[in-house]
Design a protein around this ligand. Structure first.
Ligand code: AP5
Ligand code: MG
Ligand code: ZN
Length: 214
């Protein structure tokens, strides 16, 4: 069972690396951020609630995200493993995940802690662009598409995320330090955490991750 958690601040590259791991090891990427944005787009009740927190750079209530992940982990495609991207993000979420995985006879094998200098994060997030159709991610400077504003993979247009505004990014970083960083210590206690230096070349970081996972 290849259960993986990607831990790291906003802009650490969780989504970028999760997509590669998912393709290489044929296990699904479970991004609570992507799932919440989908709910916002679809205008569901949960989406409307989540948006009020996301627009402020705050965390969506634990019971909401725990419910999403509990349901998602029961899907058949999680049989071989899964990559949690952006969950858990609080101690109560980590404790709930322990209970859910035990109940479903699943196991977290590795927690990858992506470490990036704080000053890099703002530039990464301000320059991020995402494909509206396939979700591929780019950066205007660090990972530009071949044609400006168009996805290399599917040709659809690229947009900037609503919460990638400077003031919202600052709030997300504060909340990361307050609520999510304590998880590093939580997982140190399990012996499953491995830190990954996540600055520099995207391919080189991915190669380090593969070495850890193999
Ligand atoms: P979420 O969508 O998870 O956002 P986040 O944690 O803020 O992280 P990001 O997606 O912004 O960054 P990333 O680490 O994925 O980096 P990426 O690969 O894109 O959550 C959004 C919101 O939803 C939260 O604020 C909260 O409100 C809510 N939410 C979600 N989960 C929740 C939970 N569990 N509990 C409560 N609330 C929850 O890379 C960033 C940019 O950098 C890209 O442009 C990329 O191309 C570039 N890049 C990547 N790697 C490199 C590199 N090595 N060098 C240079 N550039 C790079
Ligand atoms: Mg992400
Ligand atoms: Zn695309």
């Amino acid at each position: 069972m290849m259960g993986i958690i990607l831990l790291g601040p906003p802009g650490a590259g969780k989504g970028t690396q999760a997509k590669r791991i998912s393709a290489a090891f044929s296990i699904p990427q479970i991004s609570t951020g992507d799932m919440l944005r989908e709910a916002v787009k679809n205008g569901t009740e949960m989406g409307r609630l989540a948006k009020t927190y996301m627009d402020q750079g705050g965390l969506v209530p634990d019971e909401v995200v725990i419910g999403i992940v509990r349901d998602r982990l029961q899907a058949p495609d999680c049989g071989k493993g899964f990559i949690l991207d952006g969950f858990p993000r609080t101690i109560p979420q980590a404790e709930a995940l322990d209970r859910v995985t035990a109940a479903l006879a699943k196991e977290i094998r590795t927690v990858l802690s992506l470490e990036v200098d704080e000053k890099e994060l703002m530039e990464r997030l301000c320059g991020r662009r995402t494909c509206t159709a396939c979700g591929a991610m780019y950066h205007v400077r660090f990972n530009p598409p071949k044609a400006e504003g168009k996805c290399d993979k599917c040709g659809s247009s690229l947009i900037q995320r609503d919460d990638d505004k400077e003031e919202t990014i600052l709030a997300r970083l504060v909340n990361y330090r307050k609520s999510t960083e304590p998880l590093i210590r939580y997982y140190k206690g399990t012996g499953k955490i491995r830190s990954v230096r996540a600055s520099g070349d995207i391919d080189a970081i991915y190669a380090d991750i593969v070495k850890i996972l193999q």
